[in-house]
Design a protein around this ligand. Structure first.
Ligand code: DP6
Length: 399
């Protein structure tokens, strides 16, 4: 008997121009376009296996081995229903098995700990859509699939592509023109690296979904951001990416992170995602850039922060070693540095700052304030994997 099953993985993406605000909360239509860098799945990914089988009783989903409810009318069930609808189109072709009628079992796994505070909804929904699209053998383009991933989590639509990705906000009420497009592939600028600084966080933060809705309802600053600030930045950053102009890319990325956190603060009641550690990392990157420019060089790194205190630092590969050394000088590490690119030749990094760097820009923190680093780089889009990577066993339950 044929087993109808497929496994796919999908990447994490971190926005340079932030999505913050919905004009339609059900269809997940944004109040502004956004742009992100897709990170390398060799380091951070979600993997999902989907199987359709007539013996299954109903649709079921497991996340990291734990069963999650698929709520009727919820985001998961919307994505599954949309992919089934596309499968039914395929089944109009004579002789195509009617597997859209079978219930599905879906198992998903993130290779990074949820405790790291990295958003997994983007890679998770992108992997779900990619695996069901493979299972159903859909003739859909990544942009078409992004329309579905968008309805799982807005930022997920950008994880359907590798490289540099824009989510065009669109203007139609049905959302049919609100999808992701590739600005440039990973191969266009492969030496753009990312250093994620995992910041310890014991407070329960405001979720993106509820936070951005409060911003839409109460912030006057958001109106200026969506009408004036973002449209110009989308244009400028796309050009900077096409020209591989790192200083311009960096300036726009930092400015837009600041703008997003400003509208969070302008929300009633105010939302604070960054903490003292986040702000100290900003001070270090600002000083690193200032010292470089003062010495006749150019901007060497860009920080950006999502809806939490973790910093993501974008920089050309050749600067990452120096950046790790700077951050370690202020944030002593309790855990060894996972040196996947071999920057330190087998040794553990030691704190150091470049000449001309004003060491007084931040105090030194206790070990553990920055819990660790993930060093990665721009990566590719979803991958369809072989049967040996499947997360479901012979019975269709998680392995
Ligand atoms: C700050 O995509 O998680 O990371 O659409 O409600 O699921 P929902 O929100 P989500 O929001 C991401 C917000 C952000 C910025 C970004 O990724 O563009």
């Amino acid at each position: 008997m044929t087993v109808y099953q497929a496994t796919a993985s999908a990447p994490v993406n971190i926005a340079c121009i932030k999505y913050w605000g919905k004009r339609d909360t059900k269809l997940i239509l944004p109040t502004n376009s956004s742009l992100s860098v897709t990170l390398d799945q060799d380091h951070l990914r979600s993997t999902t296996t989907s199987r359709a089988d007539p013996s299954f009783k109903h649709d079921r989903l497991w996340l990291n081995g734990k069963e999650e409810e698929i709520k009727e009318g919820g985001r998961l069930s919307t994505c599954i229903a949309e992919l089934r609808r596309l499968r039914r189109e395929v089944e109009k072709e004579e002789g195509t098995p009617k597997i859209s009628e079978y219930p599905v079992h879906i198992a998903s796994y993130n290779n990074f700990p949820t405790a790291a505070g990295l958003a997994s909804s983007a890679s998770g929904f992108a992997a779900l859509v990619a695996s069901l699209a493979a299972l159903y053998e859909l003739p859909a383009t990544p942009s078409e699939l992004s329309l579905i991933a968008r309805q799982g989590s807005g930022s997920a639509c950008r994880s359907l592509f590798g490289g540099f990705v824009a989510w065009e906000m669109g203007s139609k009420d049905d959302g049919s023109d609100s999808f992701a497009v590739e600005v440039a592939p990973r191969s266009h600028w492969p030496n753009l690296h990312a250093l994620i600084c995992v910041v310890s966080d014991d407070k329960k933060g405001t979720s993106s979904t509820s936070g951005m809705q409060r911003t839409v309802e109460t912030s006057t600053l958001l109106q200026h951001r969506i009408k004036v600030v973002v449209p110009e930045r989308m244009r400028a950053i796309s050009e900077a990416i096409k020209a591989r102009d790192f200083p311009t890319f960096a300036r726009l990325t930092m400015a837009d992170s600041n703008s997003f956190h400003a509208v969070a603060l302008d929300t009633e009641p105010p939302i604070f995602y960054m903490n003292d550690v986040s702000r100290a990392i900003i001070a270090l990157i600002v000083e690193y850039n200032r010292a470089s420019v003062a010495a006749g060089g150019s901007i060497k790194a860009a920080y950006t922060f999502d809806a939490g205190p973790n910093a993501v630092i974008y920089a050309p590969e050749e600067n990452i070693k120096e950046i790790v050394q700077i951050i370690i000088s202020y944030f002593p590490q309790a855990q060894p540095f996972n040196d996947v690119f071999g920057l330190f030749g087998g040794e553990q990094p030691k704190g150091a700052v470049p000449s001309g760097f004003n060491e007084a820009v931040s105090k030194k923190f206790e070990p553990g304030a920055v819990k660790g680093f993930i060093h990665t780089r721009v990566g590719d889009g979803p991958r369809v994997l072989g049967a040996e990577e499947a997360l479901l066993n012979a019975e269709g339950l998680p392995k």
